[in-house]
Design a protein around this ligand. Structure first.
Ligand SMILES: C[S@@+](CC[C@H](N)C(=O)[O-])C[C@H]1O[C@@H](n2cnc3c(N)ncnc32)[C@H](O)[C@@H]1O
Length: 280
């Protein structure tokens, strides 16, 4: 494990990992439009060797395996990897290996034509070094294709309830670092480009991808989900008692304003990134 990523490793092996395991089907359902766009950009071919960085519970790895790829899934989270193995095995798929490892430090063989990630690359304490290590696993001209979040304010599916709850937190003495490891670490497009270029990638393209995400069939379902993952869950962990109850009521009211006949659909914005390892 590379020094610096310990906090995230602990986080993803703790409650967060358990929550993702429990909510995986819902998360996959909700992220479906983003996953589809990611896989289209990846255009994987049968027989290609792929590294899935931060593969989590194996959702994208399984999609790649179904398309005939050979997949090496890397993740730091033991519970999420256990589910990834279980799902790939249950689906009768072959050609996969999942490893508990820090993608920033894991030695890699330079024979992967594709590196793919769905929201698994924003958690490195030293991102340029991490991407440099990832690049060592790629063939000359290999493709890097991943998706990461734009700023929280661009993601109504997180910010609508998130801002309502965060209003109840006491203000930190110093403003948090917007580039610190976490879901929004790459919100700044030019910063993201500079990280990839300094890691040695070429042909960096960062597409502004926007869609609606279905956050719940009704208010109760949306609230349950938001309490589990994302900024609402993170902010709630710091609140208790009556303040927590008031924060929850505020989140519910904020979401209620968006309730339609089919439930709650809110906007999402991510960066769909493609780049190449330079050729020989
Ligand atoms: C937001 S989740 C996404 C999981 C999965 N890609 C998906 O879309 O369902 C982020 C994942 O990155 C993993 N992760 C965080 N830091 C990592 C690191 N340094 N090396 C490998 N995986 C890491 C976490 O354990 C977690 O599974």
């Amino acid at each position: 494990m590379s020094p610096g990523n310990e906090e995230q490793i602990e986080y993803w092996n703790g409650k967060a990992g358990q929550t993702w395991v429990r909510s995986m089907d819902r998360i996959d359902g909700m992220l479906a439009p983003i996953t589809q766009a990611l896989l289209e950009r990846a255009a994987v071919k049968p027989g290609e060797r792929v590294i899935d960085v931060g593969c989590g519970c194996g959702s994208t790895a399984i999609e790649l395996l179904r398309r005939g790829a050979l997949v090496f899934g890397l993740d730091v989270s033991e519970p999420m990897l256990a589910l990834a193995k279980e799902r790939a095995t249950a689906a009768g798929l072959k050609g996969f290996a999942f490893k508990r490892a820090d993608a920033a430090a894991q030695p890699l063989t330079p024979d992967h034509e594709l590196v793919l990630s769905r929201f698994g690359v924003m958690f490195f304490s030293k991102p340029a070094e991490a991407f440099r290590n990832i690049r060592t696993g790629m063939t000359p001209d290999g493709r890097l294709v991943f998706v990461c979040w734009q700023a929280m304010a661009e993601n109504a599916w997180m910010s609508t309830a998130g801002q309502a709850v965060m209003a109840f937190l006491s203000k930190p003495a110093t403003a948090p670092d917007p580039r610190a490891p976490g879901p929004f670490a790459f919100a700044d497009r030019e910063y993201l480009r500079s990280i990839l270029e300094s890691a040695g990638f070429t042909g960096v393209e960062i597409e502004d991808f926007r869609t609606k995400l279905h956050v719940g069939d009704d208010l109760d379902q949306a609230m349950e989900f938001q309490k589990d993952i994302g900024p609402v869950a993170r902010a709630l962990a710091e609140l208790e008692g009556e303040t927590r109850d008031r924060a929850l009521a505020a989140a519910r009211a904020a979401l209620a304003a968006h309730l339609g006949p089919k439930g709650i659909d809110l906007g999402a914005a991510c960066w769909l990134v493609t780049a190449r390892n330079p050729g020989r």
